[in-house]
Design a protein around this ligand. Structure first.
Ligand SMILES: Nc1ncnc2c1ncn2[C@@H]1O[C@H](COP(=O)(O)OP(=O)(O)OP(=O)(O)O)[C@@H](O)[C@H]1O
Length: 808
């Protein structure tokens, strides 16, 4: 099975791409500059691509490590920028110009491994979910909502109407034919005029034909000219080119190859180890024994006494051979033990003063001079990336791979790794033996007796630790006796765990803002575009939920609030986070939990079960729709029975319970944030993202793509620009509804003869209410009252965003 040419090209290409990306990363690590974020994103995009396509299993392990590092670093940088500029949105148009990049090149990609690696788990879970829903009949209820049921009589009537209409049409056709037959017969009876001049007839036919022909030709030429001028899209714009199809095929093949190589690698790990054990095991054992014996004798020669054998907990004989004399080793051990004890004692004392020092520092940093020396917080990822980069430089950069055409694993590397592993395993065995041997020698030579007292002491120490662990586990497990499957089922049956819609983040259509930084320079706060919002969702939601490493070490975002008018895609974004990361979706909206798990203990149980399932089957998203209801300033009478504020007190506790290794994100969505009590609201939601209504550019692409997604064909007859212009104030939800109502099956079939025009959509639009400027302003005003909004306003008044961080 020889590899094909495209495969070979792909192999070279991705290897080349990796090398280039690593070089870029290398130069970045050397010098962190202002454009760092942009450059990291570039590197992230390339590395993600490389990781997805490289098939060499060992390279992939390294790339994965670096990829996670880069992702985490990007989140750290974003966090720094947010703290520095006091806004969630950052615009890079000027940097893009400098670096000659297109805005698309700044899109945060979503690593495909998030889903690829969990495909089977996700599919299995989906199946179980569907099964439970089917068993409980919940999905049927949903179906019923979408399909209107009618009574038998109505159905019979409908069929009768349709049948009579069909018969009527048939009869009409029949009558027409009879009429035409009679008409022709009557005509044939009147000769004379009919026998006209053949020449004149030919002329007439020619005239009509030529006219028709020319008009067609002119129309064609006109279209060509429009395409030439760039006013119309070329006819094959939406066609997928053969090259792309080929590239996709190769990608698919590489995916398969990747899996195969991965499996080969895993089996090789075992086989190579057992081979090594067979071939080299005995040698290693002998060598170790010789070494240790040598050491024992040497020690005796030097000090006159036999050494103490290092204990297994201290690393056994491994610590002897780190280029130190045995006495040094023993002294070191004693010294480190003492140090540790000291540290433990000091830690408790230190904790409080540290906070004070920090607090004192803040006011000092206010001055501008110091502000210029602002430095980034230490990074948890730089080290990972540097380590990865060093391994790359040591092993891969100059590796000759001309013989590894198929990019299989490198057995030598596995051997090296496994040899070390084997050695440490054998060392444990040898240690046991040698400990005994030393004892025997000592007995024989010195007639000394072992003192068992020390061991006794150690054991006492261990017990203390155990006691501590017991005390730490404070959380009571209310459902210790139940399996996670049964809890899962219960949540699905209660409607708290819901099915996610299959939407990708890339389905969230919109345009970039091209003038953000330019506007900010002249002190105008630009409205964020839809894609800026999408970017934030990728950064705060998808990346941390997708990668455990990133979640654990990057600035932690436990809760996210999406605030915006109705129909701007808040729910869609929540579902997109879930589908991109394979997360479970819990619905804790006030309406959804009303009447469920009643009472205080019930509520506690609900929270416990939700959190338990969410953590164990992580990643998970806990969605609270219309979340302002949980924080109502005043509960409206109509909603009193629902107890919308049930969760309010518990949310901060839930947030506290979530630790960095719990990949659980709380997402609230709200249409009316102003109804909520702002303080407790903002305390719960760490990040607040205002989702704007679409601007002209976004509306343009929205119309275009939503029409196409619903099967519509865009022709020059359809004036999209006009649609985008007149729909100022309407949201994506409106556009989707209008397009759905216009593009019926019947209308779609008619498109060939009757292309779509803008006017058709106007009728449906006229029945909808747009978002008025006042509503948008109220969102902005509300945002200005949130902690971040306030800080930014303060900073802007000071005229310098740089000082803002210190003021806050
Ligand atoms: N950027 C977008 N691209 C494509 N479709 C979108 C976009 N934004 C929203 N939609 C679509 O618009 C419709 C309404 O979106 P969604 O229900 O998510 O809005 P919402 O903000 O949650 O509304 P509400 O506040 O009224 O519940 C959905 O069908 C969604 O798929």
């Amino acid at each position: 099975m020889g590899p094909s040419l495209p495969q070979e090209v792909a192999r070279i290409m991705y290897n080349e791409m990796w090398h280039q990306t690593q070089e870029a990363l290398n130069s970045l690590l050397d010098k962190e500059s202002q454009k760092m974020y942009v450059k990291y994103v570039q590197i992230f995009r390339n590395l993600e691509n490389v990781y997805d396509q490289i098939v060499h299993p060992q390279k992939r392990i390294l790339i994965r490590k670096i990829l996670d590092g880069v992702m985490g670093r990007i989140l750290e940088l974003k966090n720094e920028m947010v703290e520095l500029e006091l806004t969630e949105f950052h615009y890079f148009d000027d940097i893009l110009q400098d670096l000659k990049l297109a805005p698309q090149q700044l899109d945060i990609p979503i690593p495909k491994y998030f889903l690829k690696e969990k495909l089977e788990v996700i599919k299995g879970r989906e199946k179980i979910l569907a099964q439970i829903l089917a068993d409980t009949g919940l999905d049927i209820q949903e179906m019923r909502l979408s399909i209107k049921t009618i009574s038998l009589e109505q159905a019979v009537k409908l069929i009768q109407i349709a049948e009579r209409a069909r018969q009527g049409r048939l009869r009409a056709l029949f009558m027409k034919q009879i009429f035409l037959q009679e008409f022709r017969a009557r005509q044939a009876k009147v000769p004379g005029e009919k026998m006209a001049d053949v020449g004149a007839a030919a002329l007439r036919i020619q005239k009509v034909w030529r006219g028709f022909h020319q008009s067609k030709k002119t129309e064609r030429e006109r279209q060509e000219e429009m395409v030439f001028l760039g006013m119309d899209p070329p006819p094959l714009l939406n066609e997928v080119s053969a090259t792309i199809v080929q590239a996709e095929r190769v990608t698919g093949l590489r995916d398969e190859l990747q899996i195969k190589h991965e499996e080969d690698y895993k089996t090789a790990l075992d086989t190579i180890k057992s081979q090594l054990q067979l071939i080299e095991g005995a040698d290693i054992k002998e060598n170790l024994r010789d070494q240790i014996r040598h050491w024992i004798i040497e020690c005796r020669n030097l000090t006159g006494a036999f050494p103490e054998y290092p204990k297994a907990e201290e690393g056994g004989s491994a610590i002897i051979f780190s280029n130190k004399t045995p006495q040094q080793v023993i002294q070191d051990i004693i010294a480190t033990q003492e140090e540790e004890e000291k540290r433990r004692k000091e830690k408790k004392k230190e904790k409080k003063p540290v906070k004070k020092v920090k607090e004192k520092k803040v006011p000092k940093e206010k001055s501008k001079e110091e502000d210029e020396q602002w430095k980034m917080s230490p990074s948890a990822f730089l080290q990972t990336m540097e380590e990865g980069n060093n391994i790359y430089k040591e092993i891969w950069k100059n590796k000759d791979e001309s013989l590894n055409f198929l990019q299989n694993y490198d057995p030598e590397m596995i051997k090296e790794e496994k040899r070390k592993e084997l050695e440490s395993e054998i060392r444990v065995q040898v240690d046991e033996l040698m400990r005994q041997e030393l004892k025997n020698i000592k007995l024989a030579v010195n007639r000394e007796k072992e003192l068992p007292v020390k061991e006794g002491k150690k054991k006492g120490g261990k017990n203390k630790n155990k006691g501590k662990k017991g005390r730490r586990g404070k959380d009571k497990d209310l459902t210790a006796d139940r399996t996670i499957e049964s809890l899962y089922k219960e949540l699905v049956e209660e409607g708290l765990l819901v099915q996610t819609l299959k939407v990708n983040l890339s389905d969230y259509i919109g345009e970039y803002s091209y003038l953000g930084a330019t506007l900010r320079r002249v002190s105008i706060e630009p409205m964020p575009s839809l894609l800026d919002v999408r970017q934030l969702i990728a950064l705060y939601g998808v990346l941390p939920l997708g990668s455990a490493d990133v979640h654990q070490n990057a600035p932690l975002v436990k809760s996210l609030l999406l605030a915006g008018p109705s129909g701007v895609g808040k729910k869609m974004l929540v579902h997109a986070i879930c589908s991109e990361t394979g997360a479970n979706l819990f619905n804790l909206s006030a309406e959804n939990i009303a009447g469920k798990y009643p009472g205080k203990s019930g509520l506690q149980m609900m929270i416990h079960v939700v959190l338990k399932v969410a953590r164990q089957l992580q990643p998970s998203v806990v969605w609270i729709g219309d979340t302002e209801k949980t924080f109502y300033k005043k509960v409206p009478n109509a909603e009193r029975t629902n107890e919308p504020k049930r969760l309010k007190k518990h949310l901060p506790k839930i947030l506290k319970l979530l630790k960095p290794n719990d990949r659980v994100l709380i997402v609230g969505t709200t249409r009316r944030p102003f109804d909520a009590e702002i303080q407790s609201f903002c305390r719960v939601y760490q990040k607040i993202i205002l989702v704007p209504r679409p601007d002209y550019a976004s509306r343009y692409v929205l119309w275009q793509q939503i029409i196409q997604r619903h099967g519509g064909v865009i022709t020059s007859a359809l004036n999209i620009s006009c649609l985008a212009k007149v729909t100022d104030g309407f949201t994506q939800g409106h556009i989707v509804r209008v397009v759905r109502s216009v593009l019926t099956d019947r209308r779609l079939r008619q498109q060939q003869q009757k292309p779509l025009i803008a006017m058709e959509f106007m009728g449906a639009l006229s029945t909808m209410d747009p978002i008025y400027q006042e509503e948008e302003d109220s969102f902005k005003n509300w945002y200005a009252k949130t902690p971040m909004g306030k800080k930014r306003a303060l900073a802007l008044m000071g005229g310098n965003t740089g000082t803002a961080k210190d003021k806050g």
